[in-house]
Design a protein around this ligand. Structure first.
Ligand code: CAA
Length: 388
C-alpha cells in the first residue's frame, strides 16, 4: 500500500520586513543578507498569530468536508508552542471542525518535529488505511533585534494530510536517521529567544548531512542521479546549498545542472519568508512543486530534515500521477503578494509587543489581522481564538 502526502499547503502572516532595509538599518552591506545568507524578505508574525493560528490557517486551505470526517489524528510539530502542557493541536482540531473521535498531540525536536510527525502518521495509516492524519509544522523564528540571527528569522506553517493512496507524493521506507547530543541551538523554557551558536550550528548541519547521506547511499545503493530534486531544511537559503555543494560533483554535469536549478526553485518561498523551523523542509518541497513545471510522475524527490540538538533524517518520495492537479500555487502566490511591508521602526515596535503573562486581560481588534483564524486576546491566562 502506498502511503504519503495527499495534500500540502502553507500559511505565512500578512506582514514582512525587506532585507535590504533591515541591512541598512543595521549598518550591514545588504549583499550579506541577500547573497551571503540568501534572504530577500522576512515574514513577521503580529501578536495575533502564534503557532496555533498559523497552523490552523495553513490547514484550513487544504481541507474539505471529507477530510474533516476522515482525519482522526492531528499532530502539531512546533518549537514555539504556546503551552507547556496542553497540545496546540487540540485548539487546531476545534478551530478546523475535525470530527471528535481523534487524537491531537504536539511533537518537539527543533526543526525535525514535522518529520517525526510524518513518520508517526505513516505508521498509523499503515495499520488504519481508512484514516487520514493532519500533520502541521508551525513556528515563529525569533533571535532578537540586532542579533546575528536576526536575518534568519521568519514565521509560517505547513499543513499536510498523510493518507493511503496519496495524490501528491508516496513516501518510501528508506529513511536514515541520526542523533547526537549537541548544543548548536536551543531555547530554555524561561527564554523568549533561542540560544544559538551560529557558526557551530552551520557546521553541524553539514556534518549531519554528510554522515546521513554517506550511510544512505551505502545502505540503499542510491546515487545523486536517481533524484529529480533534493529538498532541504532551510534555516536560510544558502544553508541547503552548502550541503548540496558537498555532494554535487558526484553527479554527471547535466544532472548537476538539473539539481542546482531545482534547488534554486525549492528556495524561492523561503527566500521571501525566512526560517519557519518545523515547516521549512516542507515549504521547500511546496516551492519546488509550485515553480518547476518539468516535474513528472514517478520522479524521486529526496528530503533532508535537520533539527538542532540534534536529529537529522534523509528519505525520499515518489511523485504520484496527476499530482499537479492538487497544487495550491495560486493561493500561495496570493498570500505572498497580499502582504504588507513593515518599516523597520514598525517592525521593532511590533517585535517588542507581548501578551500579558500575569493573568491580565488583553483584547485585540479582529480587524487588525486579515487572517481568517487569529488570536483576539487573552483572558485568565487563556488565549482567545476566533475563526472569522
Ligand atoms: N556580500 C556577500 N556575501 C557576504 C557579505 C557581502 N557583503 N558579507 C558577508 N557575506 C557572506 C559571508 O561570506 C557568509 O557566507 P559563507 O557562509 O558562504 O561563508 C555569509 O554571508 C554569512 O556571513 P557570516 O557567517 O559572517 O554571518 P554571521 O556570522 O553574521 O551569521 C548565521 C550567519 C550564523 C547564519 C546567523 O545568521 C545565525 O546564527 N543564524 C541562526 C542559526 C542558523 O540558522 N543556523 C543554521 C544551521 S542550524 C539549523 O538549521 C536549525 C535551525 O533552523 C535554526
Amino acid at each position: 500500500m502506498k502511503i504519503g502526502i495527499d495534500k500540502i499547503g502553507f500559511y505565512t502572516p500578512a506582514f514582512y520586513v525587506d532585507m535590504v532595509e533591515l541591512a541598512e538599518a543595521r549598518n550591514i552591506d545588504p549583499n550579506k543578507f541577500t547573497i551571503g545568507i540568501g534572504q530577500d524578505k522576512m515574514a513577521f508574525a503580529p501578536i495575533t498569530q502564534d503557532s496555533v493560528t498559523m497552523g490552523a490557517n495553513a490547514a484550513r486551505q487544504i481541507l474539505d468536508e471529507a477530510d474533516l470526517k476522515a482525519i482522526d489524528m492531528v499532530i502539531l510539530a512546533t518549537e514555539s508552542g504556546i503551552d507547556e502542557s496542553k497540545a496546540g493541536a487540540v485548539y487546531i482540531h476545534r478551530l478546523l471542525g475535525i470530527q471528535p473521535f481523534s487524537r491531537a498531540i504536539e511533537i518537539k525536536e527543533a526543526c525535525y518535529g514535522a518529520t517525526a510527525g510524518i513518520n508517526l502518521a505513516k505508521d498509523y495509516v499503515a495499520k488504519n488505511p481508512e484514516s487520514k492524519v493532519l500533520v502541521i509544522g508551525s513556528d515563529i523564528a525569533r533571535y532578537g533585534l540586532s542579533t546575528a540571527g536576526e536575518a534568519t528569522q521568519g514565521a509560517g506553517a505547513v499543513a499536510m494530510v498523510v493518507s493511503a493512496n496519496p495524490r501528491c507524493i508516496a513516501l518510501q521506507d528508506d529513511n536514515v536517521f541520526y542523533t547526537e547530543d549537541i548544543m548548536d541551538f536551543w531555547r530554555p523554557v524561561y527564554s523568549e529567544y533561542a540560544c544559538v551558536e551560529g557558526k557551530y550550528s552551520t557546521e553541524q548541519y553539514i556534518h549531519f548531512f554528510d554522515t546521513i547521506w554517506t550511510r544512505y547511499t551505502e545502505k540503499f545503493n542510491q546515487k545523486l542521479e536517481d533524484f529529480a530534486a533534493i529538498c532541504f531544511h532551510l534555516p536560510y537559503t544558502k544553508m541547503g546549498k552548502k550541503a548540496l555543494d558537498l555532494i554535487i560533483e558526484t553527479a554527471p554535469p547535466a544532472v548537476q545542472e538539473k539539481l542546482l536549478e531545482n534547488y534554486r526553485l525549492s528556495t524561492l518561498y523561503s527566500r521571501n519568508i525566512g526560517n519557519i523551523y518545523t515547516g521549512s523542509l516542507y515549504l521547500s518541497f511546496i516551492s519546488l512543486l509550485d515553480h518547476q513545471s518539468n516535474l513528472q510522475e514517478n520522479d524521486k524527490i529526496g528530503f533532508f530534515s535537520y533539527g538542532s540538538g540534534a536529529v537529522g533524517e534523509f528519505f525520499h518520495g515518489v511523485l504520484q500521477p496527476g499530482f499537479k492537479k492538487y497544487l495550491q500555487t495560486q493561493t500561495h502566490e496570493e498570500l505572498l503578494n497580499n502582504r504588507s511591508k513593515l518599516a523597520i521602526t514598525e517592525y521593532e515596535t511590533k517585535f517588542k509587543q507581548q501578551l500579558p503573562k500575569d493573568g491580565s486581560t488583553l483584547e485585540i481588534n479582529p480587524s487588525s489581522d486579515p487572517a481568517e483564524i487569529m488570536l483576539t486576546g487573552i483572558q485568565d491566562h487563556r488565549r482567545q481564538y476566533v475563526r472569522k
